[in-house]
Design a protein around this ligand. Structure first.
Ligand code: ADP
Length: 323
């Protein structure tokens, strides 16, 4: 194999740059050329790609986001769109593609590989909901941003009887909320996988107050049915229910823009290298991920359409720690 292309697709995640760098340098080290595709699948269809040399990917690892840009591209979901993408790659002599992205993007990888074009995915999403990888690129940075916010809010919550509701990212998946909740010592964690009613949240806060806690922290995943907005709405109708005065913070997109943590830079580097090694070994239609601290590949067909379940024992752990 003489020439490959690399792109980042879907939601950007801290650590994607480390993966781009690793793909580029591993491939060049193996005697291949690398083309960087701009704006995800959009760039494949628009024929927006350029060669990457070793130096082009220098100095990018510490930055959040992705130097190649990312996009959502509905056209790639059509066969006609994908045919244009394949034609453009073939015209450039590109023989295989590395796709750095999450669930949607890896579905794109899968359908592309089904058309006979060699593709390897790299597990990257701050939601950590991809099968085939214990952790995904970006999630550690997202947890750390949430944790920093929680720690700071705890300091201001030290005035009596104050509870903070912090809403963190996670559209369908409560992983970031749960991990940040455990690491930040939250009294209550609200995630989509284990819905609790507002009354139940109020009861847990009330119980914490009755146990003598002067302040409390509730960490909520944005995708929970009872997200921060719904919970506050409920508590406003009965301000005495919890025992605490409530304050709300919605972190939103600040979690995406974080500088990648060491863990995400290392993961990006290892998975980027792993993806190129897989292509060199003749693999296609697989995802490079980390399992038991080893870089492994998993067939994309085992991954698409699935969401990695959260370990509910961790939810139990969060609740024991809150008592
Ligand atoms: P993420 O990878 O972060 O989950 P999205 O779900 O938005 O992001 O998907 C990113 C892109 O992947 C989409 O805009 C589309 O181009 C491509 N994609 C998603 N689903 C499919 C599909 N079923 N077939 C082809 N391409 C898809």
């Amino acid at each position: 194999m003489k020439r490959i292309a690399v792109l980042t697709s879907g939601g950007d995640a801290p650590g994607m740059n480390a993966a781009i760098r690793a793909v580029t340098r591993t491939a060049i080290d193996g005697g291949m050329d690398v083309m960087g595709v701009h704006e995800g699948y959009q760039g494949l269809i628009a024929d927006d790609m350029a060669f990457l040399a070793r130096r082009d990917v220098g100095g990018i690892m510490q930055a959040g986001g992705t130097m190649l840009g990312s996009a959502r591209c509905p056209e790639f979901e059509t066969l006609a769109g994908r045919e244009v993408a394949v034609r453009n790659m073939e015209q450039h002599g590109v023989e295989a593609l590395v796709v750095i992205g999450g669930n949607g993007s890896q579905t794109g990888s899968y359908v592309l590989s089904q058309m006979g074009f060699p593709v390897v995915g790299v597990a990257s999403t701050i939601d950590n909901d991809l099968e085939g990888s214990d952790v995904t690129i970006g999630v550690d940075s997202a947890i750390n941003v949430a944790l920093e916010a929680i720690d700071r809010l705890k300091v201001t919550a030290e005035s009596h009887r104050r509870a903070f509701l912090v809403e963190v990212m996670g559209r369908h998946c409560g992983y970031v909320a749960l991990m940040a909740g455990i690491a930040g010592g939250a009294e209550v964690v609200v995630i989509p996988e284990q819905e609790v009613s507002p009354e139940n949240v109020a009861q847990q806060l009330r119980a914490a107050y009755d146990r003598g806690k002067q302040h409390a922290m509730v960490v909520v995943a944005e995708g929970a049915k009872n997200n921060a907005e719904r919970l506050v709405e409920h508590f406003q109708t009965d301000p005495e229910a919890t025992g605490f005065r409530l304050r709300v913070t919605i972190l939103g997109h600040v979690q995406r823009g974080a500088n990648p943590t060491a863990a995400d830079r290392l993961l990006g580097t290892r998975l980027g290298e792993g993806a190129v090694r897989a292509l060199q070994a003749g693999q296609t239609g697989v995802l490079a991920g980390l399992r038991g601290n080893r870089v492994v590949t998993t067939p994309l067909e085992e991954i698409v359409g699935r969401q990695k379940p959260i370990d509910l024992e961790l939810f139990e752990l969060a609740s024991i720690m809150a008592r």
